[in-house]
Design a protein around this ligand. Sequence first.
Ligand code: GLU
Length: 442
Amino acid sequence: MNTSSSASGHAVAVSNPYGHSLPSYLQSDQLGPWGVYLQQVDRVIPYLGHLARWAETLKRPKRALIVDVPIEMDNGTIAHFEGYRVQHNTSRGPGKGGVRFHQDVTLSEVMALSAWMSVKNAAVNVPYGGAKGGIRVDPKTLSRGELERMTRRYTSEIGIIIGPTKDIPAPDVNTNEQIMAWMMDTYSMNEGATATGVVTGKPVDLGGSLGRREATGRGVYTVGVEAAKHIGMDVSQARVAVQGFGNVGGIAAKLFAQAGARVVAVQDHGGSVYREAGLDVPALLAHVAKQGSVAGFAQAEVIAHAAFWEVDCDILIPAALEQQINAGNAHRIKARMVIEGANGPTTPEADDILQSRNILVLPDVIANAGGVTVSYFEWVQDFSSFFWSEDEINARLVRIMQEAFAGVWAVAQEKKVSLRTATFIVACTRILRARELRGLYP
Ligand code: GLU
């Protein structure tokens, strides 16, 4: 019998009584993001009622594609990169989720990210399943031409499974509007027809949506404000610390600062900066746009990497990569609330530590869902070739985020579970209800 680790750390049987045990790449290895995801699923199964019968489906990606991406480098050599596209679940609609370019990307990571997309899309009730893609590459080492060739070849290779009604990629870590434009063009050229709806997060001049670039950060801010009301926190007086100062962390910091909050600490791949009176966020954004990181920002103190987690603050926003908050630093965090801008930034062990210390965690699968929500608006606009105003987009985004958060909050209160488990209860119930209604075919 195959085992995985339960919430309490004890081994539990994976419910697969009929056939084979889970293949090794599907098992919880305790270390990687896929193992974290499996532990999160185990925590929700007791709350699924009769739908638990279908729960195994959550533990297996529907489809995973590994592709070789060969390109000619500027110096005439041939380089090969490994690319992935994983469709975790398509019960509620086509696959949907970003593509990341990072030197540490692995199949296991992309599997976990695709599963979190299934949960996230169901949590905010957009009509999608979950998918994710990536290339194992440090894009900073490529020229613009190499980056374009790699993006196009990758798109062509995964072209056999993506499409406007099949699976719709979007930006994620180290990918942006230009990369989405190349993906859209490559797919359209191969199809012989313009297909704007094959990716979201495109430039506004190419079927992109107003408000998409800011949407994830705006969603982070929106759920933060809602949660603050529940715990009696005044956002205009709050001190905020942010890890990751890109599309998510940078925008969230800007919105919190606009609301009067003091952004006291920011950490990114280049270093950590601190200012008790509050950093000048627009100046820091301008610095990062020019220099590529917060390092060297003059109007702040430099602090050590580890010291960032001990900063005295009210709101901590991890908005970079996975497993940043773990058993090693969760005891030292001083914030009252953690808002997960990143995907998978908190390990299950750290989740328990934070909960026991009464620190409220707004989980990724709801907190960073603003991006995919506006991706959905973009896809709808592309289909109808009718584009909405930015005010309309932001108003709809805020409404969806507020309603989804209120629903999850109510479940957490009623069942006395964490917001993460509550979000998984709401989302996995929706996914498995669709699974059951569709039935097995053939
Ligand atoms: N990459 C983003 C996420 O992790 C957005 C995905 C999308 O818009 O499809 O949610």
